[in-house]
Write a protein that binds this ligand. Structure first.
Ligand SMILES: *Cc1c(COP(=O)(O)O)cnc(C)c1O
Length: 537
C-alpha cells in the first residue's frame, strides 16, 4: 500500500514537472525543482534527464567540422594512409572551418597572434598591424621555424638536451627581469597559465606542510575574481579556496582577505590584472598583509605579465604589481598570450630557489631509474620552449613596446566611445588592453546585447555575477574596432526597447542559470556539456 502511494505521488510529481518543463520552459522548471522538490525520490533522475536533453539540443546547435574530413561515426585510423597531397587539402579545409571569414577579427579572447594567410580579414589586419608596429611576417615565420626546429625534442631530460635547458633558463630569466625580479628569482617554463598556477598552489601547499606541522586542511584565500585555475588546483591537490568578495571598484577587498585568513591558510592569491574586468587587485596592500601574516602571495599575471610592463613604460598609470613589491613570492606570466608566442608556453617564477624546490617532484625507487620532473607534464615539448625563446629574443623590448602602444591606442579609443554609449559603462578602472562593458540602464540586458552582437557576427565573452561583456583587445581588432563600436551602439539601442530579448537565446540561458540557486545543477550542466561536445557523432 505504502509502495503504491509512493509510486502514485512520484508519477504525479513527474507529470507536473514535465508539464512545467514543456509549458513554461526550463527557467520555471528549475525554479520549481530547486525551491521545492529537489529532495523528493526520483527527482534527481528527472533533473538528469532534463539536463541531458538541454545539453544535447544545445550541442546540436554547435558545429563539428566532420564533413570537411569525410569521416564517419566512430573514426578509425585509416587502413591505408592518405597521401600528403590529400592531407594538405584536408588541412586547408579544416583551417577554413576554424576561421570563418565573416568571423575574423571577432573573438575577444583565445587568439593573441595574427598568423594565417588563409584568413582574408586577418591578413588585412595583419598588414595594418605590421605597418603600425613595425611587426613583420618574419616574426611569425621565425617563431614557427624555432618551433619546428625543436618539436621532437624533450625537456624531460635536461642533460640530453642542453640547448632546451639553455633556452628555458633564459626565458625564465628574461621574464623575471621583465617583472623586476632580482637575480635570486628563478622559475620554470610550463605549458600554460593553468599549469603555472597549479604549480604555485602545489609549491605553497608543500612548503606549508613541510614547515608548519599544525596545518589540518590547507586553504587558499583568493578574491572571487581570481582565475578558476586556482580553484582547479585546489581541487586537484586537496586544498580549499576561501573566496573573498570584490570591492565596489571590482578589485579585491583587502579587509575581507584579512578576515578570511585562518590557521590553515597556506597562501594568498591576487591578480595582475584579474581577467574578468581587467582591473588590478591592490597588490601592494595585499602583499603588506601577506608579510604581516607570514604568508606567501602568488600574483597571477598570466594575463598581464607580458603587457603591463610595457604599458607602464609607455607612461600609463600602472599600480605596482610585480617583484618590486615586498611580499610578492611568486608570479605567473603567459608567453602564449601577450608574449606573442605559439600556444603552450607560460612562466612560473619564485622569489628564490628555496621556494622553487617545493615544485619539483622526485621519485627514487622506480626500476626504470631515478625520476624527477619539475612540473605537471612529464615529456615537455621542446618546440614550445624554443618558440617562446625566439619570440622574446626576436621582438625585443622595443617590439613589445610598439605592440603595447598600438593595442593601448585602440583600447583607449574603444573605452572612450563606449563610455559615451547611453546606458553602458566600463566596469572599474581597467589597467591594460582589456575591459568589461556593463549596462547602467536597468532597461538594457547586457546578455541580450551580446546576443544581438552575435547575430552581427561578433563572438562575445560573457561575464556573470554581475553580467557584463569581457573584451581583450587583440591585434585583429585594430582594423575592426570602429565597426565593433557602431554595432555595439546599435545593439544597445535595439535591446533597450526590446525587453523580451532578455528571455531568449543565450541571454535566456544566463537568466536561467542566474535563477538556479543550487550551483551544483549548473556545474552538472557544464560537465554534461563537455562530455557531449567531445563525442564523435
Ligand atoms: C589565461 C589565464 C589563466 C590560465 O591560463 P591558460 O593559458 O588558459 O592555461 C590564468 N590566469 C589568468 C589571469 C589568465 O588570464
Amino acid at each position: 500500500m505504502l509502495h503504491f502511494i509512493e509510486h502514485a505521488v512520484f508519477t504525479l510529481v513527474l507529470a507536473v514537472l514535465i508539464s512545467i518543463y514543456y509549458k513554461k520552459g526550463p527557467q520555471q522548471f528549475f525554479r520549481v525543482i530547486v525551491l521545492a522538490l529537489k529532495e523528493l525520490p526520483g527527482v534527481k533522475t528527472i533533473i538528469d534527464l532534463i539536463l541531458k536533453n538541454e545539453v544535447s539540443s544545445f550541442v546540436k546547435t554547435t558545429s563539428l567540422a566532420q564533413d570537411v574530413v569525410k569521416s564517419k561515426p566512430r573514426v578509425l585510423i585509416p587502413e591505408k594512409g592518405f597521401t600528403a597531397e590529400d592531407m594538405r587539402e584536408q588541412m586547408k579545409n579544416l583551417q577554413k572551418r576554424n576561421a570563418n571569414p565573416e568571423r575574423d577579427g571577432n573573438v575577444f579572447a583565445y587568439q593573441y597572434t595574427l598568423y594565417d594567410d588563409n584568413y582574408k580579414l586577418q591578413q588585412e589586419a595583419f598588414d595594418l598591424f605590421c605597418e603600425k608596429t613595425g611587426h613583420s611576417v618574419e616574426h611569425d615565420e621565425l617563431v614557427k621555424e624555432f618551433f619546428h626546429g625543436f618539436m621532437h625534442e624533450n625537456a624531460l631530460n635536461p642533460i640530453i638536451f642542453p640547448a632546451l635547458r639553455l633556452m628555458e633558463t633564459e626565458v625564465v630569466s628574461m621574464t623575471s627581469a621583465m617583472l623586476n625580479g632580482n637575480s635570486e628569482v628563478v622559475g620554470f617554463l610550463t605549458s600554460g597559465g593553468t599549469e603555472s598556477n597549479l604549480m604555485a598552489v602545489k609549491t605553497f601547499r608543500d612548503m606549508a606542510l613541510a614547515t608548519r606541522p599544525n596545518i589540518r586542511k590547507p586553504n587558499i584565500i583568493a578574491p572571487i575574481t581570481v582565475h578558476p585555475t586556482i580553484d582547479k588546483a585546489a581541487h586537484y591537490f586537496g586544498l580549499e579556496v576561501i573566496h573573498t568578495p570584490m570591492a565596489s571598484d571590482f578589485r579585491a577587498d583587502v579587509k575581507a582577505i584579512e578576515q578570511a585568513i585562518n590557521s590553515d591558510t597556506v597562501m594568498l592569491v591576487a591578480s595582475a590584472p584579474q581577467f574578468c574586468h581587467a582591473v588590478m587587485d591592490p597588490i601592494e596592500e595585499i602583499a603588506a598583509l601577506a608579510l604581516k601574516k607570514g604568508l606567501p602571495l602568488h600574483v597571477d599575471a598570466c594575463f598581464g605579465g607580458f603587457m603591463l610592463p610595457w604599458v607602464e613604460k609607455l607612461g600609463y598609470p600602472v599600480p605596482k604589481f610585480d617583484f618590486r613589491v615586498p611580499g610578492v613570492t611568486s608570479m605567473s606570466a603567459d608567453v602564449h598570450k601577450y608574449g606573442f608566442c605559439v600556444k603552450g608556453a607560460s612562466v612560473i617564477c619564485y622569489k628564490n630557489s628555496d621556494i622553487r624546490k617545493y615544485q619539483i617532484y622526485a621519485y627514487s625507487e622506480w626500476p626504470g631509474g631515478l625520476y624527477g620532473s619539475p612540473s605537471m607534464a612529464g615529456t615537455r615539448p621542446g618546440g614550445n620552449i624554443a618558440a617562446a625563446w625566439a619570440a622574446m629574443k626576436a621582438l625585443g623590448q622595443d617590439g613589445y613596446i610598439d605592440k603595447a602602444k598600438t593595442l593601448m591606442d585602440t583600447t583607449v579609443k574603444m573605452i572612450k566611445r563606449i563610455k559615451n554609449v547611453k546606458g553602458l559603462y566600463i566596469m572599474g578602472e581597467p589597467c591594460m588592453t582589456a575591459f568589461a562593458i556593463a549596462a547602467r540602464d536597468p532597461n538594457i540586458n547586457i546578455q541580450a546585447v551580446a546576443d544581438a552582437m552575435e547575430t552581427k557576427g561578433w563572438k562575445m565573452e560573457r561575464n556573470q555575477l554581475p553580467d557584463s561583456l569581457h573584451c581583450s583587445i587583440l591585434p585583429h581588432h585594430i582594423p575592426v574596432a570602429d565597426k565593433f563600436l557602431d554595432d555595439l551602439e546599435d545593439a544597445t539601442n535595439y535591446c533597450r526597447d526590446n525587453k523580451a530579448l532578455a528571455k531568449k537565446g543565450t541571454a535566456g540561458v544566463y537568466g536561467m542559470m542566474a535563477n538556479i540557486p543550487d550551483k551544483g545543477i549548473v556545474t552538472d550542466f557544464l560537465v554534461e556539456f563537455f562530455s557531449e561536445v567531445y563525442k564523435c557523432k
